[in-house]
Design a binder for this molecule. Sequence first.
Ligand code: ADP
Ligand code: MG
Length: 505
Amino acid sequence: MDKVFEELSLKLRARYPFVYFLTWEEERALRGLKKLARQQKRPLWEWSMVAGLRRGRKAVDGSDSAEAALRHLAAEKDPFFVILKDFHQHIHRPEVARQLRDMSGAMAERSQTLLFLSPFAQIPSELEKDIATLELPLPGLKEVARLFHTLIKGENIEVDLDLFEQVVKASLGLTEDEIKRVYGKVLLRSGSFSREQLVEIISEKSQIIRRSEFLEFHPLNTSMEEVGGLENLKEWLNSRAGSFSEKARSYGLPQPRGIFLLGVQGCGKSLTAKAIADLWKVPLLRLDVGALVLGASAAEEGLRRAIRIAESMAPVVLWVDEIEKAFAGVDSGAGDSAGAARIFGSFITWLQEKEAPVFVVATGNDVRRLPPELLRKGRFDEIFWVDLPDIHERETIFKIHLRRRGREPANFDCWELAEVSDRFSGAEIEQSIIDAMFSAFAEDREVATLDVLRAIRQTVPLARTMDQAIKELKEWAHDRTRPATWDSRRVDYFKLWENSELESG
Ligand SMILES: Nc1ncnc2c1ncn2[C@@H]1O[C@H](COP(=O)(O)OP(=O)(O)O)[C@@H](O)[C@H]1O
Ligand SMILES: [Mg+2]
């Protein structure tokens, strides 16, 4: 049984008079509550504004109003367990609050408990000390597995064990009804469950998850093939592809925690962050810490909520883009950073202590503005340094973007383009292709290498104007980070070695 029901059962045995039970899923909660009442052999009553008070099938006349129902219950000497629906509508009325306070003493002695079932927590402050609050969590692994199992059995669909686990995990973060609807929709559309439907389930979820203004759900539409270079980083990510699975757990591997991508602007940090989720086939959530920090008073509750949602959807990639924009200068106490410092504190504490497989990908262009605690050991698995692309990487990036714009890279001299675009970022390479296409289009002809060469010549790469800043950052990164790119000399060395192998073979 769900942990929350175990907790409730403890509360009942400890004779709590009032329990506020938070949930959007009334049906599912009622099922669990009824089961608990049966197990504990407690007479179960229900009350709603429409049906009044009833014990089993027996209705109590004249108990439609909350006041009348409470009056009736106050006269009851025997133990009871009463579920009151939508009680947030009534609990604020002074008469109701007074009645509850008058009842509470005797109720504990008589093993009587009132449970307020409601989607909203609205407890009047005079009752706060008397009411225990519990929240029904979204369906967990076991529950979703049972749902999915029932479905595929009913439809006679074969699903291998790996896929079963992935579908179940992809469904986390939704209510039971939502899960049923998503499965129904996928089945209707595809008639089966395979790896493609996994992506479908994940993007269906994006339509549904709208419960946090600071959390944005991204569709999985960026693949690792769109990222040029950064082979060292890709290798690291590939080697951890299966590490969220139960298999990895029983093998004894720890959950991967997260990475920090530090480096030069426009070199593929955000792009890679998005591609990781697709590589691992897990949902991608972006946490807007900038907006959080601006949210001031609501910020801490906002962060807690965002984290709760992310954890309920785990395994998941949680992407925090340009983190320095939110937390710059936090420790120096500059400006009105007290709120930001609090959020920062909560955030790194969570980073350090989190147990759910939420893989945090933070990106940043400038660490010097960040509080040093962020990058201390234990927060991230690795800090990667994303440098300007070397010549090999530039060649690949040209090819990627030519292809993306419907051009065949073989028709271009990509090596020459790579040679002349020294110190260009990936973003600038992309822009030079776009510029070249505009020029050629204006002259009503097909774009060619020469157009791109001309566009490159007309561009002053940002790296040239930011030379000093990049140099300083690089120095900082030198012995604190892992390079995202293999040393190009190592690449050359491999090439030499490969060639000599070919020659001698
Ligand atoms: N390594 C790369 N491979 C392919 N495209 C790249 C690369 N780096 C940058 N780009 C292009 O530049 C755009 C901006 O890059 P982005 O990832 O946002 O940079 P940043 O490192 O500043 O986050 C990307 O969407 C992509 O089109
Ligand atoms: Mg970026």
